[in-house]
Design a protein around this ligand. Structure first.
Ligand SMILES: Cc1cc2nc3c(=O)[nH]c(=O)nc-3n(C[C@H](O)[C@H](O)[C@H](O)COP(=O)(O)OP(=O)(O)OC[C@H]3O[C@@H](n4cnc5c(N)ncnc54)[C@H](O)[C@@H]3O)c2cc1C
Length: 473
């Protein structure tokens, strides 16, 4: 009789789970184990932790329907694994491979002491898999995308219900309680079932408008599946299969294009995992060596105004308040608010990266870092650093009626459309009439966008100490 441990980390699902499948195939008894790792839980990310804890409760309920249960243990992983192996007599541990520097170090230590099987499942292709013919990693998304699409994508396997989850062993450690979720009003409900329902909703409608509406801030045209992918409550291979199915069954060119565009976003995810795999230093510094020495402003008050959504620029404030209240922010708003912090306030992108990691339900080291380096113009495939988003024009273009702004910045609810993107231009009688006196009910802009361009370019040019010499091509 063999006993196995399915060590759950970022794969909180039963459907299409290669690590679970491996564990099920080789075990007569199985311990579904989740370790509350104090190192990971010490991060001040209340919303994401609440989403995780709710997801664990949902997974426990699913396992119980199969006659099993989740075993939750708190402690340093090496010690917990040793204890559970000792108590249950487990002969093997199965887990989905994770690729952050912390995860890799942790797993190397476990592999040195236990029979440990890491199974790929977090991305479509393992992060080191797609390379140039020279053996060098791709650092430009378009070429990565082309290489990615030239390969046959692995199909989903092992649907829930098609296999039996082995019973628990007799000697089971006492499971500790899943911590309570403290965050309220989260944008999404956690768990595999909730993720599956959202996916079905997206495929039944919004995907057909994806190309036209995905940048509109008040639209529901994006999938909002990122938090489910963050914790593996949905399988990435399953989403790729759905995108391909939508492409193959599209009845017109536009619908096909929209599904294909959505597939391209899923490939961005693989791309940033690949970048972090090959260049783990990006978590500490800019990918572009020539832009590692920019003199950022030390401006704690401005940083705080940005975090609180009180910059005086409505579209920036709407995004930042949505994030702080719900743990979610629309992709276009992420780009606008990130650009504002870095280019308008000239504050280090790493401060923004840290704040997003603290607030986002989908906060992921690889993707968040990729998004910030892109926005700051210092990353692999970054927006050129001299491209500076104008927050007023971005607002007009992507929230023309101010619907998104009014949803998240209630002080501006009664401000006329004409001034919704520049409320500081309202004549005083209109300020009175709309109940929004600038400087009292809503802040004046903390920086004059028209004047920052020179300062930003100067800082980037001065910081540009030397040119990068490609060592691998
Ligand atoms: C500054 C900044 C920080 C970001 N931080 C994160 C983060 O921590 N976690 C995260 O998942 N995404 C991050 N993104 C990428 C992107 O904003 C989100 O993936 C997207 O908004 C999620 O919404 P959705 O699920 O509706 O995406 P959809 O538009 O429906 O796309 C489907 C999926 O594709 C992937 N995807 C989409 N856009 C990107 C992208 N630009 N880069 C990589 N993958 C993408 C996501 O997994 C997403 O769920 C960041 C972007 C920026 C500009």
């Amino acid at each position: 009789m063999t006993t196995g441990i399915w060590w759950i980390r970022r794969d909180l699902r039963l459907d299409d789970n290669p690590a679970l499948q491996e564990a099920v195939t080789h075990s007569d008894h199985l311990v579904p184990l989740y370790i509350l790792d104090p190192t990971l839980l010490s991060h001040p990310a209340e919303k994401r932790k609440s989403f995780l804890f709710d997801g664990l409760r949902a997974l426990d309920a699913s396992l119980r329907r199969h006659g099993s249960q989740l075993v939750v243990m708190q402690g340093e992983p090496q010690q917990v694994i040793a204890d559970v192996v000792h108590t249950t007599g487990a002969q093997a541990i199965y887990a989905e491979a994770d690729y952050s520097p912390y995860a890799r170090k942790r797993d190397q230590a476990i592999a040195a002491n236990f029979p440990f099987w890491l199974v790929h499942g977090l991305t479509v292709f393992p992060p080191g898999f797609i390379q140039k013919s020279t053996g060098c990693p791709y650092t430009v998304y378009t070429y990565f995308n082309r290489a990615w699409k030239s390969l046959p994508t692995p199909s989903p396997c092992c649907a829930e219900g098609k296999f039996r989850i082995p019973p628990l062993p007799e000697n089971l450690p006492v499971s500790q309680p899943i911590p309570p979720s403290t965050a309220r009003n989260l944008a999404l409900q956690a768990g595999e079932k909730a993720g599956f329902e959202r996916l079905q909703h997206f495929l039944a409608g919004p995907i057909t408008r994806y190309g036209q509406e995905r940048d509109l801030l008040a639209s529901d045209a994006t999938s909002m599946l990122a938090p489910y992918l963050r914790f593996g409550m949905l399988s990435i291979r399953g989403l790729v299969a759905e995108a391909r199915f939508a492409m193959e069954n599209a009845t017109d060119e536009q619908t096909h294009k929209n599904a294909s565009l959505w597939l391209d976003q899923l490939i961005w995810r693989d791309f940033y995992f690949s970048i972090l795999h090959h260049f783990p230093q990006v978590l500490k510094t800019s990918f572009r060596k020539d832009l590692q020495n920019i003199q950022w402003r030390n401006a704690p008050q401005d940083l705080e105004a940005w975090k609180q959504g009180k910059t005086g620029y409505p579209v920036v404030d709407a995004g930042m308040r949505q994030l702080r209240q719900t743990g979610w922010m629309h992709n276009r708003a992420r780009m606008i608010t990130a650009s504002f912090l870095v280019k308008d306030l000239l504050i280090n992108w790493q401060d923004g990266e840290a704040w997003f990691m603290e607030q986002l339900l989908d906060g992921d080291p690889a993707l968040n870092n990729g998004g910030w380096q892109w926005s700051a113009g210092v990353g692999t495939d970054a927006a050129p650093y001299f491209r500076i988003f104008n927050p007023t024009l971005q607002g007009r273009k992507f929230d023309p009626e101010g619907e998104y702004i009014r949803r998240w910045v209630p002080e501006l609810t009664r401000v006329p459309d004409k001034y919704i993107h520049q409320p500081w231009l309202m004549p005083s009688e209109i300020q009175q009439q709309s109940g929004c006196v600038i400087g009292i009910h809503y802040p004046r802009p903390i920086v004059d966008h028209q004047q920052i361009k020179e300062r930003t370019l100067q800082a980037y040019h001065t910081g540009q100490k030397y040119q990068v010499l490609e060592s691998c091509d």
